[in-house]
Design a binder for this molecule. Structure first.
Ligand SMILES: Cc1cc2nc3c(=O)[nH]c(=O)nc-3n(C[C@H](O)[C@H](O)[C@H](O)COP(=O)(O)O)c2cc1C
Length: 353
């Protein structure tokens, strides 16, 4: 295996970096830029049959916030802690136009040993199944099924945030029975049952599970006293990386090391890719950072990953789960009597001695 190669089920990726789905992957040019930057796969902007989903894209609003919850300019040189709060929608293209474009992009990607991956967001299951069949017939090699968008409670019938492992199993089985190509299932992070959702996805024929989707948030503006962008928003950012890594590690423990996990939510750099792989991811999707800063972020993340692998004398595949597998229980931790006293501001006289 080459130093950067990883496998996700039956698929071998030339490296673990995937450009995750968002607005910068609506147009073919954005997908091509991500492929040229070296991403092993690009998940194109999602589609479904819902006109309301298209309409929501045209009503979508986006803002960039700093670590003091202040809006800052949307520029590629924004601070590294900047994160996106937004409402999003589905691709504005018709399903047919989206399918033609995605199939063409996957043919181009194949020539550079990469993938353009179709992404469906479930609204009506029968429609999803029909679209999944067309995706396969068009020659696409992988389908990502997103049933974990943050927005379902705010936009009923347009997208899904599946919280029940049993219902998730029904959806995944139905799509699985309709197609033979690898099926990646993207699940929500708005649950304390992420590993159970992942287990249900694998049980029902998912080949990999992408974890975990962005969360819903609500951010008051202290000046106007209004909610930012008027309502509840999808939020995610660098601060979500520990949560993503936690879900990866506990899912790996619960499901075993042979169930491919793909990380999403909070990766900004090559070392973030490493962190998520050490926590159990076989590959890592990066979305917001690329939408904000452009495809060069992918190239620099790959360079940083390469330097790290050289320094450690390891292959990318060897990173998967190393930290997760050394995770102890709280009960295994040694006794550290009064250790807590060193961490209290303004300690009592003599407490630090
Ligand atoms: C503006 C925006 C639009 C998104 N659109 C989609 C989408 O259409 N389909 C999808 O599966 N995920 C979508 N996502 C989720 C991302 O693919 C990704 O899972 C999430 O942003 C967390 O990863 P990140 O921290 O790398 O951005 C979107 C995210 C953002 C910020």
């Amino acid at each position: 295996m080459r130093q950067s190669e990883v496998s996700v089920g039956k698929i071998v990726l030339k490296n673990p970096l995937i450009a995750g789905s968002a607005e910068h992957l609506i147009e073919a040019g954005g997908v091509r830029r991500a492929l040229h930057a070296g991403a092993a796969a690009v998940v194109v902007k999602s589609v479904n049959e819902s006109e309301r989903g298209r309409d929501q894209l045209q009503r979508a609003e986006y803002m960039l916030l700093d670590d003091e919850w202040r809006e800052i300019p949307w520029t590629p040189d924004a601070p590294s802690t900047a994160f996106i709060a937004c409402r999003s929608g589905l691709t504005p293209q018709s399903f047919e136009a989206w399918l033609d474009q995605t199939a063409q992009l996957d043919r181009e990607a194949k020539a550079s040993d990469a993938y353009a991956i179709a992404s469906l967001i479930v609204a009506d299951l029968a429609q999803t199944i029909a679209m999944a069949k067309q995706v396969e017939q068009a020659g696409l090699r992988v389908l990502e099924l997103n049933i974990g968008t943050p927005y379902a409670s705010q936009a009923k019938g347009v997208v899904s945030t599946e919280l029940d492992p049993e219902r998730l199993a029904v959806i995944v089985s139905a799509v699985r029975q309709a197609i033979d190509i690898p099926l990646w299932v993207k699940i929500t992070g708005q649950s304390e049952r992420v590993p159970d959702l992942a287990a249900a996805a694998f049980r029902s024929g998912g080949e990999a599970v992408v974890m975990a989707g962005r969360l819903l948030g609500f951010i008051p503006d202290v000046e106007t006293m209004q909610p930012f962008l008027g309502t509840t928003l999808g939020v995610g950012g660098y601060w979500n990386l520990p949560l993503t890594c936690h879900w990866l590690a506990v899912s790996r423990r619960q499901l075993g090391e042979n169930k491919p996990l793909i990380a999403t939510n909070g990766a900004r750099s090559g070392l973030d890719v490493v962190r998520m792989m050490l926590a159990g991811a076989s590959a890592v999707e990066m979305a917001s950072a690329v939408m904000l800063r452009g495809a060069p972020v992918l190239a620099s993340a790959l360079e940083e990953l390469h330097v790290y692998l050289q320094r450690k004398g390891m292959t990318a595949a060897e990173l998967v789960g190393v930290a997760a597998d050394q995770r102890k229980t709280f009960a295994d931790m040694p006794l550290r009597t009064n250790n807590w006293k060193k961490y209290v501001a303004d300690p009592e006289e003599g407490a630090r001695e």
